[in-house]
Design a protein around this ligand. Structure first.
Ligand code: AMP
Ligand code: MG
Length: 482
């Protein structure tokens, strides 16, 4: 790996230097060749294993944990920071630089009462979902590898310690800005420093002045809205949308008790620690706006309130337009650009998801039906899935009116197959692969990983992976402990 150290060199007050605690008997559990190519790596070799396990120093790396704060479940925590993640610097790749972080590398000055560790279960889940989202075409941080070990780590039971090697275009979160706004440590200077760094690194087309800052915040709002639109369209619940888990670049970030929906349920909760459903699936669009409002508040020392409000006011439209584009592509019709048509389309889409909910249908499977649907067919296979046939027939009539008859049906169906994944990372699939890996069998994990790289393809030997979960795996609610 070749590094540059821009964050480390330019923002000395934004981190603490810290050395990883190391892992006993490290072994490769997962390796993503696609992520590796981003930073010019070829093979997982022994020297790299020792380096990423934190057992030997990696030449050119700086070891640091960033400081930030954040709103967690609505309440402000004035100091969080990387409690179990150590960043090595920005690794240079053929198309840009990627932060490399060792998540689970041991305690840092921000660990509070935590042990600084991650367990195999959570490390593998983060690896799989990062790469799965990427292959679904959703903005996300990436995962290079998971390293397992014989380190005993206590959670609800005894588990083993592991490290996810995360690649991120940036680790700067909404919470970074909040920390310096509320910290009284020369807030405005620090905020400007952080803002200028962010612009220089990631928004080279913007000037470092008021006009540039204003344009930047509009982009943050837009990119956050687009990320959320993707989550809602694919049926992904993040589970812990605290402002410290919101990437400033609008990448899906910091995965814990996430879930892809199985049976569609608007108010589905995937996080065991969220009984009130603050982060339920259907709440995500509103929560992201709330988080953007917290970010805007933190930016008031450097940006005019009118500008911040003007940007926030674009959120809903950005979200709706991005969501409409994705859902139209899933269902198979185009846009004509009028507000009235947008409203009618939203209604038609909403009625369909209501049908899924009322008929207790699987979100992914139901949308995948469109890959083989002929809008000319009055009784498509999708109809057989329904209990409420009358309800479906009424909706389907409106749908057919909207779609019309595709000029080239085969091509239309291929497009639907390319926008409605067949395979998603269902929690129970992850669980099964993790259980095997915990017993030393990596085969199921490897197979699952390969499957998730081609979520839109028919993979005839892997039909089972597209099925609904067995009874034990329905609507799994994950614990936050990781
Ligand atoms: P998360 O919910 O994973 O985003 O974590 C929230 C905060 O808790 C972050 O500051 C983490 O670094 C910290 N944290 C989570 N787990 C641990 C742990 N095992 N040890 C130390 N800090 C942790
Ligand atoms: Mg976090």
């Amino acid at each position: 790996m070749r590094f540059k150290q821009d964050f480390f060199e330019q923002l000395p007050e934004f981190y603490s230097q810290v050395w990883p605690a190391g892992l006993p008997n490290p072994r490769w559990l997962c390796w993503s060749p696609e992520a590796a190519s981003l930073i010019g790596l070829q093979q997982p070799d022994d020297a790299l294993l020792k380096g990423l396990a934190g057992n030997e120093e990696i030449p050119g790396a700086s070891y640091y944990a960033q400081v930030y704060s954040g709103h967690q479940f609505g309440g402000y925590s004035p100091r969080l920071g990387d409690g179990r993640s150590i960043i090595l610097g920005e690794a240079l790749g053929p198309n840009g630089a990627w932060d490399v972080a060792l998540k689970g590398a041991g305690p840092t000055p921000y660990s509070r009462h935590g042990d600084g560790r991650a367990v195999l279960r959570s490390a593998v889940r983060e690896f799989l979902v990062s790469e799965a989202l990427f292959h679904l075409g959703i903005p996300t941080t990436r995962a290079l590898a998971v390293i397992g070990s014989e380190l005993p780590v206590w959670r609800e039971t005894l588990e083993s310690g592991a490290i996810t090697v995360r690649l991120a275009r940036s680790h700067i979160r909404f919470g970074h800005f909040e920390y310096f706004c509320y910290s009284e440590r020369g807030a405005k200077d620090k905020l400007l420093q952080l803002l200028n760094f962010t612009l220089a690194q990631h928004y080279p087309h913007l000037s470092q002045d008021m006009a540039g800052y204003r344009a930047w915040f509009f982009e943050v709002v837009r990119d956050t809205a687009r990320m959320i639109a993707h989550w809602q369209a694919v049926g992904f619940a993040h589970g812990v949308m605290n402002t410290d888990n919101m990437s400033i670049l609008g990448d899906s970030f910091d995965f814990g008790p996430f879930a892809f929906l199985d049976t569609f349920k608007e108010d589905f909760i995937c996080n065991h620690s969220d009984p009130e459903g603050r982060y339920a699936f259907g709440q995500q669009p509103g929560v992201a706006l709330w988080n953007l409002q917290r970010l805007a508040q933190a930016l008031t020392p450097v940006l005019a309130s009118d500008d911040l409000l003007a940007a926030l006011n674009t959120y809903q439209d950005e979200l709706v337009q991005a969501y409409l584009a994705l859902m139209r592509a899933k269902l198979g019709w185009g846009a004509d650009g009028s507000d009235e048509q947008d409203q009618r389309d939203l209604t038609l889409i909403g009625e369909f998801t209501q049908l899924l909910e009322a008929n207790r249908l699987d979100y992914t499977q139901s949308f995948r039906r469109f890959a083989a649907l002929d809008p000319n067919d009055p009784k498509p296979a999708l109809r057989d899935d329904m209990i409420n046939l009358q309800g479906f027939d009424a909706w389907y009539q409106s749908y057919r009116d909207r779609v019309g008859q595709p000029a080239d049906l085969a091509q239309w169906q291929r497009q639907r197959a390319g926008t409605n994944p067949k395979y998603i990372l269902r929690n129970y699939l992850a669980q099964e692969a993790i259980a095997a890996a915990e017993q030393g069998d990596n085969q199921p994990l490897q197979q699952l990983f390969e499957l998730l790289k081609k979520p839109f393809d028919e993979q005839p030997d892997k039909e089972d992976y597209a099925k609904r979960p067995p009874d034990w795996g329905q609507g799994l609610i994950m614990s936050c402990s990781s």
